[in-house]
Design a protein around this ligand. Structure first.
Ligand SMILES: Cc1cc2nc3c(=O)[nH]c(=O)nc-3n(C[C@H](O)[C@H](O)[C@H](O)COP(=O)(O)OP(=O)(O)OC[C@H]3O[C@@H](n4cnc5c(N)ncnc54)[C@H](O)[C@@H]3O)c2cc1C
Length: 520
């Protein structure tokens, strides 16, 4: 297989790059080791940053976020819920920070306006009544999977090929030039060789590993691990930030039917370390209490973690404290740095700045090729966002009402219809239930797959997509993965839900003893 541009990594950055390159007329291929969005992009907090969070600590990121926020609201409207955002000074915060925050917003192009405390409390009645100041900003929540599928669809429409489950195992060199990769196709069970005129490394927190493979050692991407917890309903309808320097558990994001508290930030031993320490769970629940009194009484649904790709720049060189490393994007020019042609790395940044990262690296490629071509991604909407209308929470219910009672509901929490599951299975042969979760949010709501997983596996079997043993395997695999995020938060009311699930799981269906090998 051959192409002009090969992109490694199927997160927001890689999908942004492949779309951008394809729109500029280059033949482009993307390879991703697992499913699209299974890296940090599918494990983030859900915030479309206004930039407010970084105005004092990391002004460059603040400005990048503010500018990209405005662009994404236009081009990716159906992934964005316009919740608005508030920065609030709680009794636990330094009251002097609020004025520095306002000055920083003005200086770095982040729109912010002080609102009376009474107005903030009217808007968000559960908010801590002891807050002393409140500032309105343009924060929003963003669904990373909707964003990814939009980019993937658009890239394909412009002729790109996107290959999930293709794990890069080697980078091809032709003298001083990178000439493509070899990859293990984990669905087709074969090795493929992809030759490329130019290769772009968008492997996020794994980017250092890919640079090593290309013979460009020393690209240090530190995994800044954070945990987040989804609570069983929207305790707030607006993104709430504490008005202080970035710290742990200081943002609450309402997204779809839940809200998410996060996050911690510690250096992980490897990018693949997704473990969740129980003391950090407690820390997050306590932090939620500072923003919303009574927070601990709500039911925690699921905990997960992800690792930020923190590129060590001169400012942070040698720093151990991941909280203080820049969130700015990092473009590594391997021609300049290592004398290697046809290879660029783009890492760091935020989900909010993925499009800018893509534009930056594709511009750099054009320059190196002596063939600069204009970028159009800031103006052309993604498929599904053409009307510019942001996502509305009630939209899925409205869609369900239109087809009721003809279309069976498979997942009540997330309003997932049978017809949509069948369509997903038809368009993605060999999909597993975790792939369904990323496409249709299976098992993401309050029951966490306790009821819907069995139905979904049954439908895949009924439509001939999975034979009996395969359906059993899918079921076990999915339940096993969901459990990983439930086990660390088992306490209180969450325990009751887990007991019901366990009774269905072990008692009624005896799933554990299905004749398949349980996942490791
Ligand atoms: C806890 C946490 C909370 C966050 N919250 C926010 C937020 O609220 N808002 C925001 O804007 N940003 C947030 N971020 C940052 C944001 O999520 C990331 O910056 C962004 O998702 C990174 O995207 P990416 O595409 O660069 O990396 P990834 O999404 O990690 O993509 C890289 C891909 O490369 C693939 N890959 C690796 N090795 C190989 C290989 N050998 N072959 C093929 N493929 C390979 C991986 O599987 C992965 O899918 C958060 C990050 C964390 C950790």
């Amino acid at each position: 297989m051959g192409c002009d541009v090969l992109v490694i990594g199927g997160g927001a950055t890689g999908l942004g790059v492949v779309r951008d390159a394809a729109m500029r007329g280059w033949s482009a291929v993307l390879v991703e080791r697992v499913d699209l969005g299974q890296g940090t992009t599918g494990r983030f907090h859900g915030l479309l940053h206004s930039g407010g969070r970084y105005v004092v600590s990391d002004p460059r990121s603040a400005t990048e976020c503010a500018e990209e926020n405005a662009i994404l609201r236009r081009i990716a409207a159906d992934a964005v819920e316009d919740t608005g955002g508030l920065f609030v000074t709680t009794p636990a915060d330094d009251p002097a920070y609020a004025d520095r925050f306002l000055a920083g917003c003005a200086e770095h192009g982040v729109a912010a306006e002080e609102v009376p405390v009474a107005e903030a409390l009217r808007r968000e009645p559960r908010l801590n009544p002891a807050i002393s100041r409140a500032f309105e900003v343009a924060d929003a929540s963003i669904d990373s999977w909707t964003l990814l599928w939009g980019n993937a669809r658009s890239a394909r429409e412009h002729g790109a090929r996107i290959l999930p489950y293709h794990w890069v195992t080697g980078v091809l060199r032709d003298g001083d030039r990178v000439a493509g990769v070899t990859a293990q196709d984990n669905r087709g069970h074969r090795e493929v060789r992809i030759e490329a005129g130019f290769t772009i490394n968008a492997a996020g927190v794994w980017a250092g590993q890919l640079a090593d493979m290309a013979g460009c050692p020393g690209v240090t991407v530190v995994p800044g691990k954070g945990i987040m917890i989804a609570m069983n309903h929207r305790l707030v309808g607006t993104v709430i930030n504490r008005c202080e320097l970035p710290g742990d558990g200081d943002i609450l994001v309402p997204i779809h039917t839940v809200c998410v508290i996060g996050t911690t930030d510690v250096k992980a031993p490897t990018p693949d370390d997704l473990s969740i320490a129980r003391d950090q769970v407690q820390e997050m629940l306590d932090a939620g209490e500072v923003l919303v009194p009574g927070f601990r009484e709500s039911r925690a649904l699921h905990a997960w973690s992800g690792s930020r790709p923190l590129f060590t720049d001169e400012r942070a060189d040698g720093a151990q404290d991941t909280r203080h490393m820049s969130r700015g994007l990092a473009l590594v020019d391997h021609l300049e740095r290592d004398g290697v042609e046809g290879f660029l790395t783009i890492t760091g940044g935020k989900l909010t700045t993925y499009r800018l990262m893509a534009e930056t690296v594709v511009d750099a490629m054009g320059e190196q090729l002596g063939d600069p071509r204009p970028c159009r991604t800031a103006a052309e909407p993604l498929p599904g966002s053409e009307d510019g209308r942001p996502y509305w929470l009630g939209s899925r219910l409205r869609r369900q009402e239109e087809v009721m009672p003809d279309d069976q509901l498979i997942c009540e929490c997330e309003l997932m219809q049978r017809s949509r599951l069948e369509a997903a299975a038809a368009s993605r042969p060999g999909l597993n239930l975790d792939d369904v979760r990323r496409v249709l949010r299976l098992g993401m709501g309050p029951c966490q797959g306790g009821f819907c997983t069995y139905r979904a596996a049954g439908v895949l079997h009924a439509i001939g997509d999975a034979d009996g043993p395969r359906a059993d395997e899918l079921l076990l695999q999915f339940l096993h993965h969901r459990w990983l995020g439930i086990e660390p938060i088992l306490a209180g009311r969450g325990m009751r839900q887990a007991c019901i699930d366990d009774w269905i799981f072990q008692g009624a269906l005896d799933v554990e003893h299905l004749p398949v090998t349980p996942p490791a």
